[in-house]
Ligand binder design. Structure first.
Ligand SMILES: C[S@@+](CC[C@H](N)C(=O)[O-])C[C@H]1O[C@@H](n2cnc3c(N)ncnc32)[C@H](O)[C@@H]1O
Length: 287
């Protein structure tokens, strides 16, 4: 008797390969780069909140409907239109756990640090750094709608919970931390990010270093799936990261089947350029 082989649909489900559902990239101009103020939080989209247990740490994550926000159903992303920010991807949980472990082991000191989370979606890694004393936490997402409907409500929900438990769990939380939100494509968003290098010479990694410029820590989870976006992402990181002490934390799969990107491909872009030697440490969560 012939054994029935699992079909593509079954493989996609087993392996979590929702990226394969993405249709071909439409030729659309990227959305405009915008800072989204916390007051611009959406009040029209239904947002419900639930706890996420991260091994001794509980953060809150929202749930909003992709259909309500983007008029899309059952879709992880549509390249150039919606880049998956409403879903919580496993890499961001892994990234929070890595940060938590490094804070506990005193390998990572967050008090006073300037943090940028690229491709934030829910923004849980950035929120975590805020709770551990970071002074500046900037969130970037492709879609302004994701920031309005999900990231800002998530920051608010977690801040509220934190303030309620503060009496018993003061830790390092910097109550004056700056949370800001920026929407736009990686090819352009440096124009509105506040802590980027403005000196053109410095962007070529000249030895003239200004240690007060750039983010101390850049976080990104599940952002390296699209081959065509990798050069823009890498150039953005070069413009944003503090030199010589900036640290990039990346959580990604080695390879995203069906779309071709992955941490290996991203690192080959970095190596080919040969200019990112000022990154002290790259943490890659690979599956
Ligand atoms: C798969 S989602 C990951 C979301 C979140 N980091 C997580 O792990 O749950 C990819 C994220 O990368 C961002 N992104 C993808 N392509 C982008 C581009 N060309 N420009 C700006 N952001 C982009 C989107 O904002 C999106 O939220």
């Amino acid at each position: 008797m012939a054994v029935k082989q699992p079909g593509l649909e079954q493989y996609k489900t087993q392996l979590g390969l929702g990226f394969l559902d993405a249709p071909q990239k439409p030729i659309l101009p990227p959305p405009p780069c915008l800072e989204i103020l916390p007051s611009e939080v959406s009040s029209s989209v239904k947002y419900t909140v639930e706890p996420v247990d991260l091994g001794g740490l509980t953060l809150l994550k929202g749930r909003v409907s992709t259909r309500e926000v983007f008029n899309l159903s059952n879709c992880d992303l549509i390249p150039g239109k919606y880049e998956g920010g409403l879903k919580l991807w496993e890499g961001s949980l892994d990234l929070v756990k890595t940060l938590q472990k490094e804070v506990q082991n005193e390998q990572l000191l967050l008090p006073g640090k300037r943090v940028l989370e690229l491709g934030c979606g829910h923004g849980l890694p950035g929120i975590f750094t805020g709770f551990e004393g970071a002074a500046v936490i900037h969130f970037q997402d492709f879609n302004a709608e994701v920031l309005r409907c999900l990231t800002i409500p998530n920051v608010n929900a977690n801040l509220l919970k934190k303030s309620q438990t503060l009496a018993t769990d003061a830790r390092e939380w910097n109550i004056d931390a700056e949370f800001r939100f920026f929407a736009g494509d990686w090819s352009e968003v440096h124009q509105i990010l506040p802590c980027t290098h403005t000196n053109v010479k410095d962007q070529n990694c000249s030895p003239v270093l200004d240690q007060s410029v750039g983010y101390d820590i850049i976080l990104m989870a599940e952002t390296v799936y699209s081959v065509s976006a990798l050069p823009h992402l890498y150039e953005l990181i070069k413009k944003c990261l503090n030199r010589p002490n900036g640290v990039l934390y990346m959580a990604a799969k080695k390879h995203y089947f069906g779309v071709g990107g992955g941490s290996r491909r991203f690192l080959s872009v970095v190596e080919k350029d040969g200019k990112l030697s000022f990154i002290r440490y790259i943490s890659i969560r690979q599956w």
